[in-house]
Design a protein around this ligand. Structure first.
Ligand SMILES: Cc1cc2nc3c(=O)[nH]c(=O)nc-3n(C[C@H](O)[C@H](O)[C@H](O)COP(=O)(O)OP(=O)(O)OC[C@H]3O[C@@H](n4cnc5c(N)ncnc54)[C@H](O)[C@@H]3O)c2cc1C
Length: 436
């Protein structure tokens, strides 16, 4: 028997009925309990869970409809994963227009969270490259939604957290590349000023930018880390091979003590040594550049049975990162530590969806092993800093934000609510709207 669907952070654990959706699936029978689509469960918290309801498992929606080799226009069903798209299109000179930090995400999931990648400053979100999709509603209607047809529903569904119905297939504009190689640079950062200087400097010259931070750094060293930037390589780049995932995924839950301050310190020291000298430039395959964590299948089990939280916010930039500094100082005071801390400047592209998370500013993603009350108290404090500075939290990464935080993060919530399918809901939505 396969394991019950979970979210990536494995918080909360809920009981839910599942039903596989195929191409032949055409109605959503009223059953007195809400529906929710579930792709590959790569959302960290409860936005992909539906306790006491029915999860519509979308992976069997796996049909490839068409790829125009001249224009890169792709049409496929919503359960196709980004990994499967890459597998088929890279050798034909095409690439995803936007990709998150894992390729194990479905097209439906990428639209419903309007995911962003390292190129937000030049390409916006995934939704910006979606030309249209078919939406199946609980009243049996199937409508094509695009910027010109059913435009209101299009804007509500992009970033709409799966609440407006089931996306069955989508049309996406891919981007042209010469080869699977990335021309990459890694540069040592000493502090937050270095981060903002490098982000500004790379804004025009580099399609992809992101930074890894050492959250254990304190005082003048806050912001210590590695800035990474890259571009798709030109036609003369040397061939590079992907290494592929390690042969064995993490088999069982690791003991809770494995990820502690000391092991994180050790990881940070080793990771920082990745850059020899001040700066390193070279060619690399796109896999390690975009998906370093995909190498180790089931790495979420390293956090043990209690699971882990992600906290991802966006805050206004304010000089050289006032709110980001406040957040990092709060973490440092708390005694908690984050294993993976990722910092990126979002561009100014207007949001594609009513509920899209990305907006102009700086985004910081952190993860924390679940140590119960102290971890939750720290994240409450971080929420306070975010809200106080006019920022927002990312629902795809959340398992605990308060209704007030949600409402303040998404000013278009009332307009969005008018487009929700009455037969759809999620654990996340019920929690952040305080609905039973
Ligand atoms: C290692 C890692 C790195 C990540 N990096 C990033 C990143 O850089 N940027 C970023 O934005 N996100 C990132 N994420 C989050 C991830 O990209 C999103 O949570 C994504 O939505 C997950 O897609 P999924 O197919 O697993 O969907 P699920 O997690 O199963 O579901 C996500 C949402 O999509 C809805 N949904 C799924 N399919 C459909 C459908 N067919 N119709 C309607 N609604 C649907 C669900 O109801 C749910 O609300 C990362 C996650 C991981 C684990």
């Amino acid at each position: 028997m396969s394991a019950p669907p979970e979210s990536w952070g494995r918080i909360p654990r809920v009981t839910q009925t599942t039903r596989a959706v195929t191409s032949r699936f055409d109605t959503l029978p009223d059953q007195g309990a809400p529906f929710l689509a579930h792709g590959l469960g790569r959302s960290y918290g409860d936005s992909c869970l539906n306790g006491q309801g029915t999860l519509l498992l979308t992976r069997p929606l796996d049909q490839w409809v068409s790829l125009d080799p001249a224009s890169g226009l792709l049409e496929c069903e919503a359960g196709v994963s980004l990994a499967e798209i890459l597998q088929r299109v890279v050798s034909e000179g095409w690439f995803l227009p936007v990709t998150p930090g894992t390729k194990h995400v479905t097209v439906g999931g990428a639209i419903a969270n309007d995911v962003h990648g390292k190129n937000h400053h030049v390409a916006g979100t995934f939704g910006a490259h979606v030309l249209g999709f078919e939406l199946l509603r609980s009243d049996g209607s199937r409508t094509w939604c695009s910027r010109t047809e059913n435009a209101r529903r299009f804007r509500a569904t992009v970033g709409g957290l799966g609440l407006t119905g089931l996306i069955t297939r989508a049309r996406i504009q891919l981007k042209n590349i010469h080869n699977p190689v990335i021309d990459e640079e890694q540069i040592r950062m000493r502090n937050l000023e270095d981060f903002f200087r490098l982000a500004d400097e790379s804004d025009q010259s580099h399609e992809y930018t992101v930074a890894w931070l050492d959250t254990l750094a304190t005082g003048d060293r806050i912001g210590t880390g590695i800035f990474m930037r890259g571009n798709h390589a030109g036609p003369d780049a040397p061939a590079k091979k992907a290494k592929g995932p390690l042969p064995v995924p993490v088999p069982v839950d690791a003991p809770a003590f494995l990820l502690n301050r000391q092991s994180i310190k050790l990881f940070n020291t080793v990771y920082a040594k990745k850059v020899r000298g001040e700066q390193h430039r070279g060619f690399t395959h796109y896999e390690p550049f975009f998906y370093p964590l995909d190498v180790l299948g089931g790495w979420n089990k390293l956090y043990g049975k209690r699971g882990f939280f992600q906290h991802q916010c966006v805050v206004p930039r304010e000089g050289n990162g006032g709110p980001i500094r406040e957040i990092l100082e709060a973490i440092s005071r708390s005694g908690e530590s984050s294993f993976l801390a990722v910092l990126k400047c979002f561009g100014s592209a207007p949001a594609e969806g009513l509920m899209s998370f990305p907006r102009e500013g700086v985004t910081l993603a952190l993860d924390f092993p679940n140590r119960g009350t102290p971890t939750r108290e720290l994240m409450d404090e971080l929420d306070h800093i975010v809200l106080h500075n006019g920022g927002a939290l990312y629902p795809a990464k959340d398992a605990r934000m308060a209704p007030e935080t949600f409402r303040k993060s998404f000013p278009a919530l009332d307009t969005f609510q008018a487009e929700i399918d009455p037969a759809f809901s999620s654990c996340f939505y019920r929690r952040v709207t305080a609905t039973p």
